[in-house]
Design a protein around this ligand. Structure first.
Ligand SMILES: NC(=O)c1ccc[n+]([C@@H]2O[C@H](COP(=O)([O-])OP(=O)(O)OC[C@H]3O[C@@H](n4cnc5c(N)ncnc54)[C@H](OP(=O)(O)O)[C@@H]3O)[C@@H](O)[C@H]2O)c1
Length: 279
């Protein structure tokens, strides 16, 4: 991305802030502008150095716009702000569920990259998946790719449907993992460990295992079996997971989450038609 280009981040809640923090912690050189409607959030953001904060969107030629507003407000946003976009304005959407095509039609730009990042972006450990259709220029794609790469790992997919599945795996993944980590913490406390000790153990076990899986290259179930001595303690625990059909439960949760992403896409298309901003 050219150093002259401004990055305009619209919506600076959990995800927008994770991206901003990730970008601010990386190499300097880009002007960052945050557009945020919540005065409380603008006040909190004013304590962060290196940011311009505004309640009003302005898009200048060459700006790269990141949309991190809730998908539910996008129809209204597009209705009010469409005139500020040109057919060439590059846009990176991180909004769950909304298709690149509906965003492009609603804003009147052909240059929309649809992505799904996640909150570990804040600590440069993000996992983002993105899709760009053939109408998007290589310049826009490389700007979007570079932005996402500055906050973690990036995977480009050739089918937009996969972004909905990645929304469950990557976008929601940190919530699903935190939910399980919390169960480990709760068990530790129930057995007499302090909260801090429970947290330290659980976090190190999850982080250490993730690193082991990544660095060993072994399949996760091989690593699982390497810990399971026949008739030992871990085997008993895994038997309990199997009896509770935990893997089916995880699959059902991911399927439901991906389905919700697809539902958001269809409700947006309906809204866009009603609002007269669809083709
Ligand atoms: N959270 C995640 O882990 C995650 C992961 C991947 C993708 N996403 C996507 O990221 C987007 C934001 O999610 P979030 O969790 O960050 O939501 P959030 O915490 O609610 O933040 C959204 C922010 O956008 C502001 N906003 C609403 N309308 C606006 C407008 N027209 N102009 C400027 N700012 C506006 C909101 O202000 P008000 O509170 O005043 O409305 C709020 O501060 C969503 O599309 C979501 O699908 C989130």
């Amino acid at each position: 991305m050219s150093t002259a280009a401004r990055l305009v981040i619209v919506g600076c809640g959990h995800m927008g802030l994770a991206i901003v923090r990730g970008l601010l912690g990386g190499p300097a050189g880009r002007d960052l502008v945050v557009v945020e409607t919540s005065s409380e959030r603008r006040q909190a953001l004013s304590e962060i150095d290196g940011l311009s904060i505004s309640s009003e969107l302005e898009v200048a030629e060459g700006d790269f716009v990141v949309l991190a507003i809730p998908p539910q407000v996008f129809d209204d946003f597009a209705g009010a702000e469409r005139h500020k976009f040109t057919p060439e304005t590059p846009v990176l959407s991180v909004m769950a569920g909304l298709t690149a095509g509906s965003i492009a039609r609603a804003l009147g730009t052909s240059q929309v990259v649809r992505s799904i990042p996640n909150t570990p972006s804040e600590v440069f450990e993000g996992m983002s998946v993105y899709f760009a259709d053939p109408a998007v220029s290589e310049g826009t794609i490389s700007q979007a790719d570079a932005l996402l790469r500055s906050i973690g790992r990036v995977l480009r997919v050739g089918t937009e449907e996969l972004v909905d599945d990645a929304t469950a795996i990557c976008g929601g993944g940190p919530a699903f993992v935190s939910y399980i980590v919390d169960a480990f913490c709760q068990f530790a406390v129930s057995r007499g460990f302090t909260e801090a000790a429970g947290r330290e153990m659980a976090v190190q076990v999850f982080g250490g295992t993730a690193t082991l899986i990544a660095e060993s290259g072994k399949p996760p179930m091989q690593l699982c079996h390497e810990v399971m001595t026949p008739n030992g303690t871990t085997e008993r625990g895994i038997a309990s997971f199997d009896a509770a059909e935990l893997k089916d439960s995880v699959r059902a949760a991911l399927t439901a989450s991906a389905q919700r992403s697809r539902e958001l896409a269809s409700s947006m298309s309906a809204g866009a038609r009603l609002g007269g901003i669809d083709d």
